[in-house]
Design a protein around this ligand. Structure first.
Ligand code: HEC
Length: 160
């Protein structure tokens, strides 16, 4: 027959062992430098396989949860793209409306005729890469090559 004192003492011992077991486990984890919980360390564990087999791209549908962030509305992205005229107004007009730095003025057919005669490819190339006082991309670093080419075509169409 165990008395109460003995019972309490053994209970305390069991708890003590459990605690030191845990301490030992975390110590081991520290020593291996591996903080990952058991069962996820193997390269064949479901967590690791999942991480390896993620698709390289994810299709997000508007209104649905998508990796934590809601899919951005496609309309907004399309609206953010600037028209050639907008880019001209913000990046090219300063020189090409005034003739500053010797820039051929938009609307000045005589100034543009010999340039247009070079062919559209060269005009595009000079607008993207720059030419003398003409800065690369007309300083619109955020513009894509295609956008710059569209602006050139816009300027040329206004200058014939
Ligand atoms: C800092 C002034 C400046 C800005 C801004 C500028 N240009 Fe120019 N651009 C020039 C000058 C100067 C020339 C003439 C260069 C020459 O022939 O030596 C020129 C020439 C051109 C030409 C003719 C190139 C050729 O082969 O004859 C095109 C096309 C052109 N610019 C497009 C653009 C576009 C598009 C933008 C805006 C995205 C832009 N430019 C912004 C100054 C500027």
């Amino acid at each position: 027959m165990v008395n109460m004192k003995q019972l309490v003492a053994s209970a305390v011992m069991v708890v003590g062992v459990a605690l030191s077991g845990q301490a030992l486990a975390s110590k081991l984890a520290d020593q291996t430098g591996n903080a990952e919980p058991m069962g996820t360390r193997s390269i064949m564990s479901p967590t690791k396989i999942d991480a390896r087999t993620q698709p390289s791209a994810k299709v997000c549908v508007q209104g649905e949860e998508c990796g934590g962030a809601a899919a951005a509305p496609v309309v907004a992205a399309a609206a953010a793209a600037k028209s050639p005229e907008e880019i001209y107004n913000s990046s090219c007009m300063a020189c090409h409306a005034t003739g500053a730095a010797g820039a051929p003025k938009v609307g000045d057919a005589a100034a543009w005729a010999p340039r247009i005669a070079q062919g559209a490819d060269l005009l595009h190339k000079h607008a993207i890469g720059g030419l003398n006082m003409m800065p690369p991309k007309g300083t619109c670093a955020a513009c894509s090559d295609d956008e710059i080419m569209a602006v050139v075509d816009f300027m040329v169409s206004k200058s014939k």
